[in-house]
Design a protein around this ligand. Structure first.
Ligand code: ADP
Ligand code: MG
Length: 256
């Protein structure tokens, strides 16, 4: 059979916090190999939707499929193994580790991480560490931040931390990455670097992206299609142009 063009399908997803329906019957499809945008006013439920999809919250309604497989409610590390991951609005670097070490931390489950493994198989541990390091260095080069490889990650600028977040996703060669405000608070130069990295990862390595961003120029430059969320629901979906001229979308942004 033909593979479906949709890599991710979200149907009627919902979760409440107390009485508040943060995500309220949200449906969404993400095309394989595309870059999709998700916009909406503050509090619309975008980050919560990402949390539901990436396994950080369990939905109370609805289902999520990845490449036809029902992945609803699976925990983040399992989804990670399936190539589905998200970055966070606030970068979560290990601030005292170097930038390179931050990348090398990612894959996890390595033999070298247990003292027993280290005692039993020192040669193998060193080989794994060399492979991880080589991969980290390749990513630093791709992102053009080789010059900060040995610096503590906590000392990076906001934009460099966002690039590091993107780099961490590259360590596992993901299928689909959810980027939550990867450009927020980032200066113009680094914003272009981030947009360029996303575009190249999409074109050259086939990563599918879904990104939340407030900068409409950023969205317009990168995204094939845009979904607008408001009050936990899908308000409209289309090209950037149609969405930005949609009356319901404009009203949601103006708070009516
Ligand atoms: P967005 O990312 O679109 O700005 P969020 O998904 O962060 O919106 O939030 C949607 C709504 O859910 C907001 O009203 C927010 O206060 C609420 N919310 C999000 N996470 C939690 C939580 N863990 N506990 C309680 N309320 C939450
Ligand atoms: Mg958010």
């Amino acid at each position: 059979p033909q593979p479906s063009p949709d890599l991710l399908v979200v149907q009627n997803l919902g979760i409440s916090f107390g009485g508040l329906k943060a995500v309220d019957g949200m449906s969404l499809t993400i095309r394989r190999g595309g870059i999709s945008g998700l916009i909406g006013p503050n509090g619309a439920g975008k980050s919560t939707l990402f949390n539901l999809i990436a396994g950080y919250h369990r939905p109370t309604t609805g289902r999520v499929w990845l490449a036809g497989e029902d992945i609803t409610g699976l925990p983040p590390h399992v989804l990670f193994g399936k190539g589905l991951l998200r970055t966070f609005q606030i970068a979560r670097e290990f601030s005292t580790l170097t930038v390179r070490e931050n990348l090398m931390m990612v894959p996890g489950g390595q033999l070298g991480e247990t003292w027993l493994g280290a005692l039993l198989r020192p040669g193998r541990v060193r080989a794994e560490e060399r492979a991880l390091r080589a991969r980290a260095d390749e990513i630093l080069e791709f992102l053009q931040i080789t010059h900060v490889a040995g610096l503590p990650a906590g000392g990076l600028s906001g934009g460099q931390k966002k690039l590091l977040e993107l780099g961490r996703t590259m360590m596992v060669d993901p299928k689909i990455v959810f980027l939550d405000e990867v450009g927020a608070g980032v200066n113009r130069t680094l914003l272009y670097a981030i947009a360029d990295a996303i575009r190249r990862l999409n074109k050259e390595r086939g990563y599918t992206f879904c990104l939340v961003e407030h900068d409409m120029q950023f969205i317009a430059d990168l995204c094939d299609d845009v979904t607008c969320m408001a009050q936990g629901r899908c308000l409209a979906r289309g090209t950037v142009e149609t969405i930005l001229s949609d009356e319901a979308v404009i009203a949601a942004y103006l708070g009516r």
